[in-house]
Write a protein that binds this ligand. Structure first.
Ligand code: PHE
Length: 339
């Protein structure tokens, strides 16, 4: 009987397979109900008492080596069997993480969409500009503070090459190249030499709009902006226009919307005024039209400009503009379902 054990022992040691089914058959052959090792345990009862010790030890060694063999072969086969590169092809697929649109893109797309529905097209232009398109053509007096080094990033002086401080420069280019009627918006990045804080940044985004045709009036401007405000902030939004000044518009105004947080009742966000300033606007100054060769007696127009960040901060109740530039994924992921 000890011979039989020895024979089985070397059979176990020699056993090789690269197939899980064969391994299972081996397991049944050895450890199954009628398996060799199981039978040996049965025969053990008949072994004379003085041999029981050696015999028992030998069966236990055999049993352990069968179990070890199965274990090693199984773990080897599992990796081989699972595919050429060792991956488990039966494992469920890993979901690829969904990216999210940046809140600035979300708001920019919404603004574009609203004005497209009113018949505006989209124009884009260079971020590096000359003095003419950013200032001179727009009726900026030579000593206007916006031309100052403190506001503008100059790249070259004389001729003045600079980073645009607003996308009105794109509209100058459109007016130079196209004949009225013109109905266009220009979204884009702008640059101002401002200290970075919770409320302002030296790089931000604007959408500026321009409409030039015969008989365009201030009433058209007001209707357009009212439609826009209700579309982007909700139908219960009210607007108000306050007189203001821009070199390129006359008359000029600033538009406020009723506070999106307290609905005009007064809160921290609107500093208890009930109103939030969101954009500048006005009727295009005749000097601007003349400087780009459009007859200001035949045509009139309105223009407006807004910061996308400002709208995004108000719309999504974001407290710090810097969050929009840090691109912390934990922040951005919150806009997964944002509209
Ligand atoms: N260009 C102005 C700015 O950057 C905004 C504006 C555009 C104001 C058109 C009036 C008319 O602040």
């Amino acid at each position: 009987m000890l011979n039989k054990i020895k024979k089985l022992q070397s059979e176990v040691e020699d056993f090789r397979t690269n197939n899980l089914e064969e391994l299972d058959q081996f397991r049944i052959k050895m450890l199954g109900k009628k398996g060799e090792v199981t039978l040996l345990f049965g025969e053990f009862k008949q072994v004379p008492a003085e041999l029981k010790r050696d015999f028992g030890q030998a069966i236990n060694v055999l049993k352990n080596s069968v179990q070890d063999k199965i274990k090693t072969l199984f773990s080897e086969l599992k990796t081989v069997d699972s595919g050429p590169s060792g991956q488990d092809l039966t494992a469920p697929g890993e979901p690829s993480p969904l990216g999210t649109r940046h809140p600035i893109s979300l708001v920019r797309n919404q603004i574009i969409d609203i004005f497209k529905r009113l018949g505006f097209n989209v124009s884009i232009g260079p971020e590096i500009e000359d003095d003419w398109h950013v200032f001179s053509a727009l009726n900026f007096p030579p000593e206007h503070p916006a031309r100052d080094m403190q506001d503008t990033f100059f790249i070259n002086q004389d001729p003045d090459i600079l980073l645009r401080t607003h996308t009105s420069s794109v509209q100058v280019r459109v007016m130079e190249n196209e004949k009225p009627p013109i109905r266009t918006i220009s979204p884009g990045r702008v640059f101002r030499n401002e200290a970075i804080s919770a409320r302002s940044h030296c790089i931000f985004h604007q959408v500026e709009g321009l409409y030039i045709d015969k008989n365009v009036s201030f009433a058209d401007l007001k209707q357009t902006l009212q439609f826009f405000a209700k579309e982007i902030f909700g139908p219960s939004t009210d607007i108000r226009l306050r007189p203001s000044y821009f070199p390129f518009t006359e008359p000029s105004a600033e538009m406020d919307i009723s506070c999106s947080l307290c609905n005009g009742k007064g809160c921290n966000l609107c500093k208890y005024t009930g109103w939030l300033e969101i954009l500048g606007c006005g009727m295009v100054d005749p000097n601007v039209l003349e400087s780009v060769g459009i007859d200001s007696h035949e045509y009139t127009g309105f223009a407006f400009g807004m910061g996308i960040e400002r709208i995004a901060l108000l719309k999504y109740n974001i407290k710090d503009i810097r969050l929009l530039f840090e691109n912390d994924v934990r922040f951005l992921e919150q806009f997964q379902n944002a509209q």
